[in-house]
Ligand binder design. Structure first.
Ligand SMILES: [Zn+2]
Length: 131
């Protein structure tokens, strides 16, 4: 990851000073060839807003995903996903999607089960709090 000193480091695209409150995109030095047109951006930090309106954003994302050797993937908005994180998160996301899909397909049946459980759980509590 590029070195980033809030209040000192400047955005590689607009030269504005970056603060710790700025939403930024930054990468490590992933372009080895000094004559590559995007080389100077390969170890830099930039405002995400500047990045999102940058004419070379798609080429930069493609270069990152092709040239970096860490297995990390950059999304179109500059977010970088770690392969380990992806491996851990994807099963959770798949499970959430499956549950959501189940709710969409069988809302009445699930709602009925939730009501039964709620009645069972609420009943004893009501008895305990009664005078
Ligand atoms: Zn900027």
């Amino acid at each position: 990851m590029a070195l980033f000193f809030p209040g000192q480091t400047t955005c590689a695209l607009c030269d504005g000073v970056l603060t710790d409150r700025d939403d930024c995109v930054g990468t490590s030095h992933f372009i080895a060839e000094g004559n590559h047109p995007l080389w100077r951006f390969s170890d830099a930090v930039m405002h995400r807003a500047c990045f999102l309106r940058w004419d070379h954003r798609a080429a930069f994302v493609d270069a990152f995903n092709t040239l970096n050797r860490t297995g990390k993937r950059m999304l179109a908005d500059g977010t970088i996903r770690d392969p380990l994180w992806r491996r851990l998160a994807e099963p959770v996301i798949d499970a959430v999607v499956a549950i959501e899909s189940l709710f969409r397909r069988r809302p009445a049946a699930l709602e009925s089960n939730v009501r039964k459980r709620t009645r069972r759980q609420v009943g004893p509590r009501l008895l305990m709090t009664s005078p």
